[in-house]
Design a protein around this ligand. Structure first.
Ligand SMILES: Nc1ncnc2c1ncn2[C@@H]1O[C@H](COP(=O)(O)OP(=O)(O)OP(=O)(O)O)[C@@H](O)[C@H]1O
Ligand SMILES: [Mg+2]
Length: 299
């Protein structure tokens, strides 16, 4: 009896190819990290920023790109590679949090921003405390835990406030970076970029790093090959072959999260129907709608 091999799969995934359907479907539906050149470049830019020597005017970065295009995945990956405690413990035994990540509250509300910081540090947060008290506690805690970088995701939420609120918030960010002498990393859509650029002094301290929508080409081919190799289907789908790749690019409008969703659903269908590979027809029958059309479809 010859044993079947699965050269289209990553070595670690080959072992799963013979697993029962449910196990394979579960694997396909589990989020996994796919490396791609732009993400690796973003991670190394963040690494550079983290090792930047302390000085009064620290450089900052703005990770900017359309929604669902992998921004949060990158900063999460970065945070996970610098987990609390992975650095030498402080002499006083305090836990170290090298990379602190918070979400911008749904509006530029300073109290809620500091609450988010306290919560991320696992510190008690008294709801009724005044802004100045919260601010002092948050800054003290950030020092005590050795925070070396503050990542603020969903920074475009800043635009939900009045011009005045926005200006106050941007001032606060500038103050915080100076006070702690740590780099800030803002993450958001083009609107976030616009908000930050509305402040001249901040604009030239936040260097944008773009994660634009995908275009076809060698890098997209590599992405599709990686994606295919990570999903335990028993037959090769050749996702990067020309009509299929073209179709995935147009239906997703170049948005990474869409590509992953489409391929995930098609891979599950491939197992359920016993076809064991993704074919073009499947993409038709699953009825995917491009993200821009979907926005118009919801009333
Ligand atoms: N590097 C990656 N590896 C695997 N899957 C990814 C990767 N990046 C993005 N994805 C997929 O795309 C989805 C969206 O990514 P993410 O949440 O990072 O987008 P975002 O740019 O932060 O969007 P938003 O602006 O709406 O918050 C993820 O849930 C995941 O399925
Ligand atoms: Mg996000």
């Amino acid at each position: 009896m010859t044993e079947k091999t699965y050269p289209h799969l990553l070595p670690a995934v080959q072992a799963l190819a013979e697993a029962p359907d449910e196990a394979r479907i579960r694997r396909i539906q589990t989020d996994r990290w796919l490396g791609y050149a732009r993400a690796e470049a973003a991670l190394s830019a963040l690494e550079d920023l983290l090792s930047f020597p302390k000085r009064t005017r620290m450089p900052n970065r703005l990770l900017v790109g359309p929604s669902n295009n992998g921004k949060t995945m990158i900063v999460e990956k970065f945070r996970r590679s610098h987990l609390p405690g992975s650095e030498e413990s402080a002499r006083d035994g305090a836990i170290r949090v090298p990379v602190l990540k918070v979400q911008m509250p749904p509006a530029p509300d300073e109290r809620r921003f500091f609450s988010a910081i306290l919560e991320a540090l696992g510190a008690p947060d008294r709801l009724n405390d005044r802004l100045s008290t919260k601010q002092d506690t948050a800054v003290r805690m950030m020092r005590a835990t050795g925070v070396r970088m503050l990542v603020i995701d969903e920074v475009h939420n800043m635009l939900c406030g009045s011009r005045d609120q926005q200006r106050r918030f941007l001032n606060l960010l500038r103050w915080l970076g100076n006070e702690l002498q740590i780099p800030l990393v803002a993450v958001g859509t083009a609107e976030g970029l616009r908000a930050i650029q509305s402040d001249d002094q901040l604009a030239n301290r936040f260097t944008p790093f773009g994660l634009p929508p995908w275009e076809g080409g060698a890098e997209f081919t590599r992405l599709l090959n990686t994606l295919e190799a990570s999903m335990p289907l028993r037959e090769a789908s050749n996702l990067s072959s020309s009509p299929m790749a073209q179709r995935l690019l147009s239906t997703s409008e170049g948005i990474l999260g869409e590509v992953v969703t489409i391929v995930t659903r098609a891979a599950v269908a491939a197992i359920e129907t016993g076809q064991e590979r993704i074919v073009l027809d499947m993409l038709d029958s699953l009825g995917f709608i491009a993200p821009s059309e979907r926005r118009h479809a919801v009333v």
